[in-house]
Design a protein around this ligand. Structure first.
Ligand SMILES: Cc1cc2nc3c(=O)[nH]c(=O)nc-3n(C[C@H](O)[C@H](O)[C@H](O)COP(=O)(O)OP(=O)(O)OC[C@H]3O[C@@H](n4cnc5c(N)ncnc54)[C@H](O)[C@@H]3O)c2cc1C
Length: 408
């Protein structure tokens, strides 16, 4: 049986359009000899940044699966892999393309794609994580500007970011989902303070961000006033896709399942037990099932932004990664406890799957997979309600004004 990803792509008119654009781009630009930023600029201008975006916004208006064709052909032509520091482009890009007006798209999409401007996500607050719609960071209108006061937390790579996806409360009298507004925040603006938060890995990959009387131009608003929840959903769906869609523990794409096999193969054969071998095979099968399920979910997603079905990928990826690296540590025994440097450091890149920094790091880092981008409990709630059609959780504060909802 042919694997799903090995099936030939039918040469329809959209595929032809993308192939022609790629031929034209590569005829004029050699990614091996150009600066990466410059090549990515040419790629954006050719509509090959996000092919499903509209023409002029870095796309060609074709179906999103064709992004894979672009990635494959550019990889073969020697283009550099995506810089991990630009991870949030996968969230901010679709949000701006879907909800931003023409000026916002023109201002932000290209430099985001080239990597000239890096982004971070300013959603969570000390009192608003899973219940993100309860957030309290305040934005008040002042002529052509907004004045922002509040605190965000767990903001990955905010210390490297030029802009942040900021969601604020603009109407405290409206129910919580209705009084939110979304902005692009200049991280160097006066009144923005970024402080490190140290994680179990020793790194301070994430931060807390304080905003005191920060002035944000109305021209940097993403979507209509009061429509921040809708814009945020686009960010969150794309985040789940970005975290879970990479294949996670999937054997065919490397990652945790391959790492577990390598640990097994490096073991002294006299220490390999039949029970551990069974467990390894079990994980391998689960990883492969997860990989195929992710592919099916991605193919079922409607054109454009990913839907709630991407919570399947996020949930499966998180739980697999945690289980597989725990298994690796068990196989390694006492060796797992040594040779790890817990010194405080500020990372310059992002390694969500942990695979780039060794097994001990991976074991510690992937604990966060089932929290970041929405916890596994929340993914199960989304799948139950929005995919399986089960009854929803009781939501007593849904139609109550935000400022009348009790909070601690
Ligand atoms: C490594 C890492 C990076 C992150 N990066 C960012 C970032 O860049 N930007 C950003 O804005 N945020 C970021 N976050 C924050 C992340 O989105 C939140 O931690 C997450 O949404 C959970 O929110 P919380 O921590 O407030 O936990 P809470 O919402 O307080 O949840 C606590 C526990 O209660 C459970 N729970 C809560 N509500 C329910 C419910 N309705 N049903 C069942 N169980 C429930 C949760 O599953 C969890 O186990 C990051 C987090 C981590 C760990």
């Amino acid at each position: 049986m042919t694997a799903l990803e090995d099936r030939p792509v039918s040469t329809d008119s959209e595929t032809q359009l993308v192939n022609d654009a790629l031929d034209a781009l590569l005829a004029e630009h050699d990614p091996r000899s150009m600066e990466n930023e410059e090549f990515r600029g040419a790629r954006f201008d050719a509509g090959l940044a996000w092919v499903h975006f509209a023409e002029g916004d870095g796309g060609l208006g074709v179906r999103p699966e064709l992004n894979r064709l672009v990635d494959r052909r550019l990889r073969e032509a020697g283009a550099q892999p995506t810089d991990p520091r630009t991870f949030f482009m996968a969230l901010a890009g679709p949000t701006i393309a879907t909800h931003g007006d023409a000026a916002v798209k023109e201002r932000f999409l290209r430099p985001m794609f080239t990597g000239e401007e890096k982004w971070c996500q300013l959603f969570s607050e000390p009192g608003a994580g899973s219940d993100f719609a309860g957030l309290g960071c305040r934005a008040e209108r002042d002529g052509d500007e907004w004045i922002v006061n509040g605190q965000k937390v767990w903001n990955t790579l905010a210390h490297l970011a030029d802009f942040g996806m900021l969601v604020t409360r603009t109407d405290p009298d409206a129910p919580k989902h209705k009084g939110m507004t979304y902005f692009a925040l200049d991280m160097r603006a006066e009144g923005v303070e970024v402080r490190p938060l140290r994680q179990i890995t020793g790194e301070a990959e994430f931060n807390e961000v304080y905003m005191t009387d920060v002035r944000v131009p109305d021209a940097h608003r993403v979507g209509a006033v009061g429509e921040g929840w809708r814009a945020s959903l686009t960010t969150l769906m794309n985040e789940r896709n970005a975290i879970g869609g990479g294949g996670g523990g999937a054997p065919k794409r490397g990652g945790a399942a391959n790492d577990a096999v390598e640990v097994w193969q490096a073991m002294d054969p006299s220490k390999q037990t039949a029970a551990d071998k069974d467990t390894l095979m079990n994980w391998w099968v689960q990883a492969e099932v997860g990989r195929l399920t992710n592919m099916r979910a991605a193919q079922n997603a409607k054109a454009g932004n990913p839907g709630p079905e991407m919570s399947i990928a996020k949930l499966a990826y998180s739980e697999l990664n945690k289980g597989l690296y725990e298994f690796c540590m068990n196989l390694m025994g006492a060796d797992a406890l040594i040779d790890y440097d817990y010194t405080f450091r500020r990372p310059e890149d992002l390694d969500v799957s942990g695979t780039a920094h060794g097994l001990r790091y991976a074991f510690l880092r992937v604990r966060a997979n089932s929290i970041e981008g929405g916890t596994s409990e929340i993914m199960r709630n989304i799948l139950g309600e929005q995919v399986l059609g089960l009854p929803g959780e009781p939501r007593v504060d849904k139609s109550v004004a935000w400022n009348e909802v009790p909070r601690n």
